[in-house]
Design a protein around this ligand. Sequence first.
Ligand code: NAP
Length: 246
Amino acid sequence: MSERKVALITGATRGIGKEIALELAQNGFDIAVNYRSMQEGMEDLKKEIEEYGVRCEFVGADVANFEQCESMVKETVEKFGKIDILVNNAGITKDGLIMRMKKEDFEAVIDINLIGTFNVTRNVIPYMIKQKSGRIINVSSVVGVAGNAGQTNYSASKAGIIGFTKSLAKEVASRNILVNAIAPGFIDTDMTKVLSDNVKEGINVQIPLRRMGSPKEVAKVVKFLASEDSSYITGQVINIDGGMVM
Ligand code: NAP
C-alpha cells in the first residue's frame, strides 16, 4: 500500500482536472488520472507528475457508465492499495435555450455530470468507510448556484451535485469522510474556449475581478480541501469565481 495519500481525479487529462492532478502531485499525493479517451500528451503528463517524486497511473472509465466506474475504482485500489481523495471533476456542457434543447442533450449532461459523480462516489465510498477516512471534492459551478440562461441542463446537473454533496457530507461525517463542493466561475479551459470574444467580454463585466480564472486558481482550492488544513470543513460549497456570485 502506498505510504503517500492517493488521489483519484476524474477527467484529469486536460483542463481543470489536469491542473488538480499536477497540484496534488506537487504536494506529495500519488495520482490516479481517470480518462475517457486516450489523449495526446498523456505520457508527458505522467512524466510531469512523476517528476514530483510521486506515482501516477492512468485509469480509464466513462463516468456515465456504472460498471466501468466499478472496474476503475477496483483497478485504482489494486494499483495503490487505497483511495484517500476523490475529485469528481469530469463534466461536459451541451448548451441551448429550453425551446430548442433536445431531450438527449439534457440527459447527456445529467448522465455525465451528476450521475457520473454518483457512479464514482458510490464505488469509492465503501473503501473510505472501511479505512475510516477520506475526502471527496465535487466540481460544481457558479451556474449550479445562480443559474444561467441557455444552460438548464448544466445548471440542473451542477445544482444536483450541491445537494448530493450536502447529503453525503451528513451521511458519512461520522466515518471521518469530508465531502465538499467547489463552484468555479469562468475558467480558461477548452470548455470556455468555444465562447466568442463578445460573450467573454460580457462575462468579464459581471466579474468584480474583471477576468476569467485559471485552472491553477481552482486547483489550489482543491489542494486545500484535500489537506489537513481543511479538517473542520464539510458540506460546503466554495465559490472560485472572482466575486461573480456573492
Ligand atoms: P474540459 O477542459 O472540457 O475537460 C473536461 C474533462 O472531463 C476532460 O478530461 C474530459 O475527457 C472529461 N470527461 C468528459 N466526459 C467524461 C466522461 N463521461 N467520463 C470521463 N471523463 C469525462 O473542462 P474543464 O473546464 O476542465 O471542466 C472540468 C470541470 O469543471 C467540469 O465538471 C466543469 O463542468 C467544471 N467547471 C468548469 C468551468 C469552466 O469555466 N471551465 C466552470 C465551472 C465548472 P475527454 O477528453 O475524454 O472528453
